[in-house]
Design a protein around this ligand. Structure first.
Ligand SMILES: [Cu+2]
Length: 285
């Protein structure tokens, strides 16, 4: 399963890379939903690794149960069909079978519950985190801030339109003009709230999906292993532009993150690298 997952993830990343190939400049590693994807996204954090492991275990168990039940039904339908079995059995109960079909599912559910609860607590209970980011849902974009660093101002992350996405080699409806920047190998606490209606900040490859509720500050965490751009989408139907508030997280080296903070949160203009970047940028401002 893990090998299959890794293979599919590679295929997924490959797709995004392929999409970027026609762009003006090469994008770094991008992880997000893919056109023909049918499996979990590549795991980028310890929580997502554990989530993938639990998913794979449960997948095997439920597949075996489906095979067993469908097999049993097929056997009964064929073996006890009217023509082969004209006089039906009058048996109304069988204590041994009833005990088995009660106890065995209980054991299976307990086996599933143990890793599931472990995973839930891993997501829910924050470890000792090294920094904090604050995510605020708005209609319809995300506001990001770094409470630990007063010199970095809160900024808005807006989606790029179709033409802009193509220009910078990023997928439309996932690309933004200002990603959330975080360092790799750092436990990041995420505070999530909203200024108007409910949203949800979700990044599948992080195993993170947290409701953004006005008046409530929810918290979650992640630790990204590798540098790259990770995509997510608002995952709580929030109104007419719900589809149009993508999430882009750029995980950078700790040195690069330190430069980002020292620079007061200034990020490189995505359009500056393009030929005639100034004109493009100005046209879109
Ligand atoms: Cu939303």
């Amino acid at each position: 399963m893990r090998a299959l997952n890794a293979m599919l993830s590679t295929a997924g990343t490959g797709f995004l890379t392929l999409m970027s190939a026609g762009a003006a400049f090469a994008q770094d590693r991008q992880v997000g939903p893919t056109q023909d994807g049918w499996y979990l996204q590549e795991a980028a954090t310890p929580v997502m690794e554990e989530l993938t492991r639990v998913h794979d275990i449960v997948q095997v168990i439920i597949t075996l149960i489906v095979i067993f039940v469908v097999g049993l039904m097929a056997y009964i339908m064929i073996r006890f069909r009217e023509s082969k079995n004209p006089v039906p059995s009058k048996t109304s109960h069988n204590t041994l079978i009833e005990v088995i079909w009660t106890v065995v599912p209980v054991i299976i559910l307990v086996i599933i519950a143990i890793p599931s609860m472990n995973l839930l607590y891993m997501q829910d209970r924050l470890p000792q985190t090294q920094m904090t980011v604050k995510v605020v849902g708005n209609t319809w974009n995300w506001l990001y801030s770094y409470p630990d660093y007063e010199n970095v101002e809160e900024y808005v992350s807006n989606p790029l339109d179709e033409t802009q996405s193509k220009q910078v080699g990023q997928p439309y409806l996932l690309a933004t003009d200002a990603p959330l920047i975080v360092p790799i190998n750092t436990k990041v606490k995420v505070l999530v709230t909203s200024v108007n209606n409910m949203h949800a900040w979700a990044v599948p490859s992080f195993g993170v999906k947290m409701d953004a509720v006005p008046g409530i500050i929810n918290e979650t965490w992640f630790e990204v292993f590798e540098e790259g751009t990770y995509y997510g989408q608002c995952s709580e139907i929030c109104g007419i532009n719900h589809y149009y508030m993508p999430i882009e997280v750029k995980a950078v080296s700790q040195a690069e993150f330190a430069r980002f903070i020292a620079g007061g949160g200034e990020v490189e203009d995505k359009f500056a690298k393009l030929e005639g970047g100034a004109a493009v940028s100005a046209a879109n401002d």
